[in-house]
Design a protein around this ligand. Structure first.
Ligand SMILES: Nc1ncnc2c1ncn2[C@@H]1O[C@H](COP(=O)(O)OP(=O)(O)OP(=O)(O)O)[C@@H](O)[C@H]1O
Ligand SMILES: [Mg+2]
Length: 320
């Protein structure tokens, strides 16, 4: 079964359409056939900050993560997102899908991507050359600590700017100033955060204090964290960190303790793996009688990812 999901732009001009994520032959999940999903999205769509998470298990509809504004009957969710799951659960596939949507639907002039990856960036080579990346993938812990520190400085500067202009958030600010003065949204995506958090005490301190600072004002300032961890324990994701991550995306974890760490409730230990996802989203009520949303994340082969990323980059090159 194929589903064609077309993001309805919020009144914006429709531009090139790319097939975002390719279909996968019916995957046996043990509960019938898994979800095959084809999403055709408009490149440069103004709905760029609504991210498809997957197809809901209860009614097959698409679940969105809305980082700015409500979209498709869902509320605006929290600014920051935690992604957790044991090895092979599908964190990489989920993250890459989100990154592809980020570069496909956001003008590089309005969105900036910073990637931190302790695994030397091998999973993200397909992003090289994306105009949203203003710096190479960060792969060293010291450089990563600077990224966090700089982000807090940037947030404070932005916040002061909002105060000076008497506006509540970046959206209102950008509407009030000339195009050259507009601020872009900044996305910091950090793979394998838990590994460094558990091993590097100094880094843990920097991350914790930065995330606490960013937790409060980052939404207004247009700064978004996406933190990914394989480990779901107190060393990798301390309470102070989790408390600031309003959107919790939990793939299969080893046990109910891990599930409670990520979602504040058990259940994610029973997921089937391979992109079977339980999540809670800030400001968003869960379906009646359920403690979290359960969705199947769409799958893209690496080749498809590369092909789609190349199409997206060619599109942006053609516009500048
Ligand atoms: N959404 C999905 N649909 C179908 N299969 C999937 C999905 N996500 C992951 N898989 C399958 O599981 C494999 C592992 O996924 P992935 O690399 O994303 O795991 P991971 O959680 O990042 O693991 P690690 O922690 O080891 O990096 C994929 O190669 C794919 O075969
Ligand atoms: Mg991975």
């Amino acid at each position: 079964m194929l589903r064609d999901a077309r993001l309805k732009g919020r009144g914006g001009r429709v531009s090139t359409t790319v097939t975002l994520l390719s279909a996968r032959e019916g995957r046996e999940t043990g509960q019938g056939t898994g979800v095959d999903l084809v999403a055709s999205l408009d490149v440069g769509s103004p709905a760029g900050l609504a991210f498809i998470l997957g197809a809901r298990e209860d009614d097959d509809s698409l679940l969105y993560l809305n980082l700015a504004g409500s979209f498709a009957d869902y509320e605006e969710h929290g600014p920051h997102t935690l992604i957790a799951g044991e090895t092979g659960s599908g964190k990489g596939v989920l993250t890459q899908g989100l990154l592809l949507q980020m570069i496909a639907f956001n003008d590089p002039a309005t969105a900036e991507l910073i990637l931190i990856d302790p695994k030397k960036g091998v999973d993200f080579g397909w992003l090289n050359g994306a105009p949203h990346m203003k710096q190479p993938i960060v792969t060293e812990v010291d450089a990563a600590a600077s990224v966090f520190a700089n982000l807090v400085v940037e947030m404070d500067a932005r916040y002061q700017l909002l105060v000076d202009h008497g506006v509540p958030h970046i959206g209102a600010y950008n509407r009030n100033v000339s195009p050259e003065q507009r601020l872009s949204r900044i996305f910091l995506v950090h793979d394998e955060l838990g590994a460094w958090m558990a091993q590097e005490k100094e880094y843990q301190e920097v991350v914790l204090s930065s995330v606490s600072a960013l937790g409060m004002k980052a939404r207004a300032a247009g700064i978004h964290l996406v933190l990914i961890t394989q480990r779901a324990d107190a060393d990798a994701v301390p309470t102070r960190l989790r408390d600031n991550m309003g959107n919790r995306l939990c793939l299969k974890v080893q046990n109910s303790t891990g599930s409670r760490m990520v979602l504040d409730r058990r259940g994610a230990e029973k997921l089937l793996g391979k992109g079977h996802l339980a999540c809670i989203l800030a400001n968003q009520a869960t379906p009646p009688g359920q403690e979290f949303f359960v969705v199947q994340v769409p799958f893209a082969e690496f080749d498809d990812l590369q092909r789609l990323a190349a199409a997206v980059m060619a599109y942006w090159r053609g516009r500048t």
